[in-house]
Design a protein. Structure first.
Length: 261
């Protein structure tokens, strides 16, 4: 309950701050929306030259893309760690974090959260509803619970991978980061994995499991029964990767010795 209380208070202060600059929030959301629109246009251009992509129709791939945007929005809202190395290690803000009686990762997550990123889920839901209607997909009452479970699992996969990358800063002194490259790799999870070479497919499934963020859980709603077993592994993979990331973080914190200045 203590952590819940801290979380609620952080969110309240965050909303107060953002509401003072409403135009900035609108501009940020519009920029995110435009980035999503570019990806959507790319898919439409591809299917302007073909009707099928390795057996997948345009509406099926658009549905996958729409689903992908929802867990990605949750991740972007609460696990914004792209500048962890520069801000917390190089500039020494980790010293401040470690003086407080709250878990350091929890503090960093709260300090870097961007709740407006949750608005990025809206285009994803709209795309899913639109393509789902075109595909005549059938849904059951429990699919809402399954959807929430898959979204949480996908967000935890993202969080686990990028928290693990952030912990590298505890063990290396370099100012460079591989996070930008990893963000680019994560985009492969937006598309059906069977369009890739089997090596890439294996990596996206078991090494960097971005396929569990998009194509595998979306395949459940698309009634692709050959992918059902993978779809229901999504929350399991998410929990495992997030748990490993927390372990790595704790090990990194124990090794951390401050900035020395």
């Amino acid at each position: 309950m203590f952590y819940v209380s801290v979380f609620v208070q952080y969110m309240a202060q965050y909303m107060k701050t953002k509401l003072q600059y409403r135009a900035d929030v609108l501009v940020e959301w519009l920029s995110d929306f435009m980035a999503q629109a570019v990806n959507l246009v790319f898919l439409l251009v591809v299917f302007g030259h073909t009707t099928l992509l390795h057996g997948w129709t345009r509406d099926e791939i658009l549905f996958i893309y729409g689903f992908f945007l929802v867990p990605y929005a949750v991740f972007a809202a609460f696990f914004n760690l792209w500048d962890f190395n520069e801000r917390y290690i190089v500039q020494g803000e980790m010293d401040r974090v470690l003086t407080r009686p709250v878990h350091s990762l929890f503090q960093v997550i709260l300090e870097r959260m961007e709740l407006e990123s949750l608005l990025g889920a809206i285009p994803g839901l709209i795309i899913m509803v639109y393509t789902g209607a075109r595909l005549s997909l059938t849904f059951h009452w429990y699919d809402v619970l399954v959807f929430i479970l898959f979204v949480i699992g996908g967000a935890l996969i993202y969080a686990g991978i990028f928290i693990s990358l952030a912990t590298v800063s505890f063990f290396a002194d370099a100012r460079t980061s591989i996070m930008p490259m990893m963000y680019n790799i994560s985009g492969y999870g937006r598309y059906p994995v069977d369009i890739y070479h089997r090596v890439i497919r294996y990596i996206l499934t078991w090494v960097l499991p971005f396929a569990f963020v998009g194509v595998y859980p979306a395949a459940y709603f698309l009634e692709k029964k050959e992918w059902y077993s993978y779809a229901f592994f999504t929350p399991v993979v998410g929990f495992v990767f997030f748990a490993v990331a927390v372990k790595l973080w704790n090990a990194g914190v124990r090794r951390y010795r401050g900035t020395g200045s």
